[in-house]
Ligand binder design. Structure first.
Ligand code: LLP
Length: 405
């Protein structure tokens, strides 16, 4: 069949490139998020009629403007820590508690207590929490996360199902969970599974939905079936964009077999990855035994995905776009660790040199949110770009504060 191509990234437009170069003047490493792209992805998902409830997994990017934009687009928010809940309550105070989902993993009792107190939807994924903290959950409605016995995803480190994974109640313990819940007058109203991140096949969710539908029928009290997040984005020019229509059509079929449930999703990456770029400046260009390396002031501390998952991010030199004479470089950061490599043999202008602004593409998801201060490097600056207007810049943690702490 015909190969579908990903769309031209927003930052290819000349005026956007000018704006990004100006932003880099305010300091690098520097993330910039393009809100029109976030809105476009949100609307593409909202158009899928099979989905009744949409939550955004804020771990992907919890910048206040991103949260507000997605809430304006009709999304609820999924949180995995008390701090994420507090960020949401602070930045989007008007959001209804029923539009917030708390899906932690091995969280302390105090975090469940905080969430239950606020009245958000709370997900449990093991029997032990119910056994030990029965009085906390007594008389409440909760959601249950199950392990369907297998996982999926772009890398083994983002696979969240099966025996080797710490997530989810194995189905063999479902009767035990349901009995204990009954004794405590706990109503299980949501049923959830998330098998992994960056799953390429639309049929994945159809299958998950089918299995959850069957389990919901057994439990009897379920109102919402949540088939997780995990939708991929095309990181390379060869990746085909995710087929949302095929995805929605598959879900529609399954839904018809299990009427009476609200179908929910909780994507992170799909909504924000393509909206974000990471700007950095070239520090040194070095030739070592036939390998040419371009070093940047952004390292694995600023964007961990390549070091952690061998993830691909396109790299462009914004300072030399008209320069068509290319050479191949390994792109590395300033961190004293061998995994501090963004890409090998990447084509860049041959004249690339100190001070040039390099852009790492598709860094809006799991970029800043996983950044850290290893080697006492400061956290990146973040900016919001909305249409033609002025960018709003949010300072990172100042380098001086990292040193003084
Ligand atoms: N729901 C649950 C329960 C999750 O654990 C996750 C992601 C999501 C939803 C959202 O998944 P998404 O739609 O973004 O794939 N740092 C990795 C991804 C880790 C995902 C963790 N859980 C990466 O950069 O690829």
């Amino acid at each position: 069949g015909q190969v579908r191509r990903r769309e031209t990234p927003w930052w290819h437009a000349p005026e956007q490139r000018e704006q990004l170069l100006a932003l880099a003047q305010a300091g690098t490493p520097h993330y910039a998020y393009h809100l029109p792209t976030v809105r476009a992805r949100a609307r593409a998902l909202a158009a899928i009629s099979a989905i009744d409830r949409r939550f955004y997994a804020i771990k992907a990017n919890s910048h206040p403007h991103i949260l507000r934009t997605l809430v304006e687009e009709g999304f609820g928010l999924e949180c995995v820590s008390q701090a994420e809940l507090e960020r949401v309550l602070r930045e989007v105070p008007a959001l209804a508690m029923d539009d917030i989902l708390f899906t932690p993993s091995f969280a302390p009792r105090s975090e469940y207590a905080f969430a239950l107190d606020r009245g958000v939807n709370v997900t449990l994924d093991n029997v032990e929490a119910l056994q030990r903290w029965g009085e906390l959950f007594q008389g409440r409605a909760i959601w249950l996360r199950v392990d369907l016995g297998r996982g999926d995803g772009h890398h083994e480190k983002v696979n969240t199902g099966g025996k080797a994974s710490k997530f989810g109640l194995p189905l063999a313990r479902l009767p035990e969970f349901v009995n204990l819940a009954q004794r405590l007058q706990v109503r299980i109203v949501g049923l959830h599974a998330h098998l992994g991140s960056g799953v390429e096949t639309p049929q994945h969710w159809r299958q998950v939905c089918d299995e959850l539908g069957g389990i919901a029928e057994q439990i009897g009290s379920i109102e919402t079936i949540d088939i997780g997040g995990g939708l991929p984005i095309p990181y390379t020019a060869d990746d085909e964009p995710f087929d949302l229509e095929a995805w929605g059509a598959g879900l529609e079929e399954i839904k018809a077999a299990y009427p009476g449930y609200q179908l929910a999703i909780e994507p992170g990456r799909f909504l924000v990855a393509e909206s974000g770029v990471l700007l950095s400046r070239v520090t040194q260009v070095v030739d070592k035994q036939g390998i040419r390396r371009v070093g940047t002031d952004a390292g694995m501390n600023a964007l961990m995905r390549p070091a952690l998952y061998d993830a691909w991010h396109d790299v462009a030199n914004l300072s030399r776009l008209a320069d068509h004479q290319q050479d191949y470089f390994d792109v590395v950061g300033p961190i004293c660790e061998s995994s501090d490599v963004f890409g090998k043999r990447r084509p860049l202008p041959a004249a690339t040199s100190e001070g040039d602004v390099l852009l790492f593409a598709d860094a809006g998801a799991y970029g800043f949110s996983m950044a850290n201060q290893y080697n006492l490097r400061a956290l990146p600056v973040e900016a919001i770009i909305d249409g033609g207007g002025q960018a709003e810049v949010r300072a990172g943690v100042a380098q001086a504060d990292v040193v003084a702490r």
